[in-house]
Design a binder for this molecule. Structure first.
Ligand SMILES: Nc1ncnc2c1ncn2[C@@H]1O[C@H](COP(=O)(O)OP(=O)(O)O)[C@@H](O)[C@H]1O
Ligand SMILES: [Mg+2]
Length: 285
């Protein structure tokens, strides 16, 4: 389907499109270096296999899964996985803009949720709702309780009526605050965590690629960047590469050390549960 058809019918709110549409080839370009831990890789692969066997599943009367929830700390690959799924399915990724979705006027948020789900039902796509907890918080907590309760109820209905022409993917940093009824609506759940040693080494190797580096650069980076998220590792190595380029030198332990100190990632345990900044833009390049 052409971009224009998909984009033309996107619902709008507050004077802007309620979502950004990425064509499958744009999605593929963003996920060249995805490191998926074993369990999540298996979940994604099985998910793809099932969608390819749609007719067999229909003939057995077994519904296909198409609602995925991902939870875990920031910078561990949730958004990237959504792009990967869209690219693999050859479907556009419809990335919902939370700022446009959530509205201060009573009832508007619910009606926006309905409109974006209607859109996703009419156009085969991967509908991606990041920072899902902003909409799906437990109905008992927080301010504006009534308004959010209504939005959650609308979301429940939309999930039930979603059909199977599109895939819904939701991501959150806060597993515990999700409404239990919402939680049950998902047929596929994936947990994300900080990279372990093997994943960190793999990722660093991927990022360094063909870049000239001294003998100990890779190993020292793997040690120094222990505790960092994938996103932190990526940013620190980019900084380190820039330093090496400026000096016209091979990437060294010192470049990584300096870059690490300048970047100064917060230790994971001291990170606030929910970042204060606005909904994450797609920082994938
Ligand atoms: N598992 C991963 N494999 C490869 N790169 C990753 C991974 N996780 C994060 N990154 C890098 O960090 C960036 C931000 O990751 P993102 O998927 O947005 O994290 P999250 O959605 O979990 O906060 C990605 O664009 C990518 O460059
Ligand atoms: Mg994200």
């Amino acid at each position: 389907m052409g971009k224009s058809t998909a984009a033309a019918r996107l619902p709008r709110s507050k004077g802007t499109d309620m979502a950004t549409v990425y064509e499958p080839k744009d999605c593929a370009r963003k996920v060249r270096h995805l490191v998926l831990p074993g369990q999540n890789r298996r979940i994604v692969e099985e998910f793809m296999t099932i969608l390819e066997m749609r007719e067999e599943f229909d003939s057995h009367g077994v519904p296909i899964p198409n609602k995925i929830v991902m939870y875990g700390p920031p910078g561990t690959g949730k958004t990237l996985t959504a792009f990967h799924i869209a690219a693999s399915l050859g479907l556009p990724l419809v990335l919902v803009r939370l700022d446009a979705l959530i509205h201060s006027h009573l009832g508007e948020t619910g009606s926006n949720i309905r409109r974006i789900f209607d859109y996703a039902r009419s156009v085969p796509c991967v509908l991606f709702l990041d920072e899902f907890d902003a909409v799906a918080r437990t109905r008992e907590s927080g301010d504006e309780v009534k308004e959010m309760a209504r939005a959650v109820n609308t979301l429940l209905q939309c999930l039930d009526e979603f059909g199977d022409g599109s895939v819904f993917v939701a991501a959150t940093n806060l597993e515990t605050e999700l409404d239990a009824a919402i939680w049950r609506r998902f047929d596929t759940r994936m947990t994300y965590r900080m990279p372990d040693e093997g994943e960190r080494c793999n990722y660093i190797r991927l990022l360094i690629g063909e870049f000239a580096c001294s003998e100990d650069a890779e190993a020292s980076a793997a040690e120094r960047l222990c505790g960092c998220s994938f996103a932190d590792i990526e940013q620190i190595l980019l900084k380190a590469k820039r330093k090496a380029i400026i000096e016209r030198a091979a990437l060294s332990r010192e470049h990584v050390e300096l870059a690490y100190r300048e970047y100064a990632p917060e230790p994971a345990e001291r990170k606030p549960p929910r970042p204060a900044e606005a909904p994450q833009p797609v920082e994938l390049i």
